[in-house]
Design a protein around this ligand. Structure first.
Ligand SMILES: Nc1ncnc2c1ncn2[C@@H]1O[C@H](COP(=O)(O)OP(=O)(O)O)[C@@H](O)[C@H]1O
Ligand SMILES: [Mg+2]
Length: 458
């Protein structure tokens, strides 16, 4: 048995259908239905697959599983059940029945059955529950794939955007979700930077395109979310730069304890992630992991009525400031951290333990320096933690010596605090570039300057 999970629209069904096609396997995609109706659908599709003249009439899952597994008697057979959580919702005993079916036919039973069964689902919380703790299927999966969105460089290739500036800008809205390149925009990608504003209006802020309502559906489709208003407020708080627990609670006007549950659910769905500060333990920020949600909360939700009226052009014209401060600015910082996470070892010539944003406060408490891209070595007991790099990331600003000076100040504070800064590389990441003075300094030292071409490996 193998398990494939991942958020909606990431291409699970697309890949599994392709797999079924090339292996001549059996593919069944469940829908929300009662047990009896689901059994009828499986019976019909299995009969069609086997070339039987009439649908099989299964009265329970034991019979259906027996027929499914029979496909693997004496021959390798790929059997794929997509949206498995819908079936398990209607038939809570299904996971246990499946386990029994697997155990009876396992290699150690000498049954000669060669069924390879893949179960797949988007309800992340349900998929987690199937395998974890004392769940019935625990320990039965020989393969576990979590399908993630494309990374920012893969997304650029998938969107066929050779210009890194355009690729980064588009990625800050639609991220790396493959479906948002296809049906959701009817394959409409911006031709070049000059076409970008128009593309936003025709593909994203357009009530006739499904992408406009997608962020709402994403939340509405999560079965664990019963109070979408609260969840949207939590996401809006984060999108507006209130990422810490207390700040989120303050923004939405609830007690801190009230937001524990929504934060957990959103984290389980893979829509937000929690990131510990690089330098201060116990100080975490939440970040939205799906760019479209940030864009929705920052740009679309405040003007929803206008957007429904087809006034996307006006909304976009009025939202430029918010787009740069709430969407693409923070997004660029995250992209820089992704860049270092995947390339850190080549860049700095040493193993990277952790990449995160960090807060460096001087001992007097007067000064707080935010480090956008802090790179730490692997933690080793009894050794001072190595600071591999300290970086400043700015999407829309030419970086200069004063930015470098701040990083240098952070480095000396960290040295005083007992971190190992003997090899710390100061790094400047910019979406526009660096002034001449900074360039001159970087030439003669190990200061790293990273522009968009470098981030996109060009
Ligand atoms: N690897 C891929 N290559 C090209 N298109 C893809 C890929 N993955 C997904 N897509 C597009 O995204 C759409 C949604 O994918 P889907 O398989 O329905 O997602 P999921 O099952 O994870 O919800 C597909 O119909 C397809 O157009
Ligand atoms: Mg699917």
């Amino acid at each position: 048995m193998g398990v494939v999970s991942g958020r909606r629209r990431q291409g699970k069904s697309y890949l599994l259908r392709s797999l079924a096609e090339v292996t001549a396997g059996f593919f069944f995609e469940a829908v929300q239905a009662t047990e009896a109706e689901s059994l009828r659908m499986v019976g019909a599709e299995l009969a069609a697959y086997a070339g039987a003249p009439a649908p099989y009439a299964f009265t329970n899952w034991d019979d259906a599983l027996a027929s499914l597994f029979a496909l693997g008697d004496g021959r390798a057979a790929v059997i794929i059940i997509d949206e498995f959580p819908y079936l398990a919702d209607a038939s809570p005993s299904l996971p246990s029945l499946l386990r029994r079916a697997l155990d009876r036919r396992g290699p150690s039973m000498g049954s000669g059955n060669q069924a390879r069964i893949l179960v797949c689902g988007s309800a992340m919380s349900v998929m987690g529950r199937l395998l974890g703790g004392n769940a019935p299927l625990r320990g039965r999966a020989g393969l576990e794939i979590v399908l993630k969105p494309f990374g920012y460089t893969e997304a650029a290739r998938f969107w066929d955007l050779a210009d890194p500036r355009l690729a980064a800008t588009v990625h800050s809205i639609v991220g790396g979700t493959p479906a948002y390149r296809r049906q959701f925009v009817r394959d409409d990608a911006p031709a070049d930077m000059a076409d970008f504003d128009d593309w936003v209006q025709r593909a994203v802020l357009n009530p006739d395109r499904p992408l406009m309502r997608e962020a709402r559906y994403l939340l509405a489709e999560e079965t664990d979310i019963r109070d979408p208003a609260l969840y949207h407020s939590v996401l809006a708080a984060i999108a507006n730069g209130n990422g810490r627990w207390g700040a989120i609670a303050g923004y939405i006007g609830r007690k801190s304890s009230d937001i524990a549950h929504p934060l957990n659910v959103l984290e389980d769905c893979g829509l937000i992630g929690k990131e510990e500060d690089a330098f201060r333990s116990g100080r975490a920020v939440y970040r939205i992991t799906e760019p479209l949600i940030t864009f929705y909360e920052a740009v679309m939700r405040p003007h929803w009525g206008d957007l429904e009226q087809g006034l996307g052009g006006q909304v976009w014209a009025d939202s430029r400031q918010r787009f740069s401060s709430a969407v693409i600015g923070p997004h660029f910082e995250a992209v820089c951290r992704d860049f270092v996470t995947s390339r850190g070892r080549d860049l700095f010539g040493r193993p990277v333990g952790r990449v995160a944003a960090g807060t460096v406060g001087d001992p007097s408490g007067r000064e707080q320096i935010q480090v956008d891209v802090a790179v730490l070595g692997p933690a080793e007991a009894g050794q001072p933690r190595e600071v591999i790099s300290l970086g400043e990331a700015k999407w829309g600003e030419t970086l200069g010596v004063r930015h470098l000076a701040r990083l240098d100040r952070a480095r000396s504070i960290l040295t005083d605090k007992g971190f190992d800064t003997s090899h710390t590389v100061l790094a400047c990441y910019s979406g526009v570039g660096f002034d001449d003075e900074l360039r001159a300094i970087a030439r003669g030292s190990d200061v790293m300057l990273a522009d968009l071409d470098m981030l996109y490996g060009q």
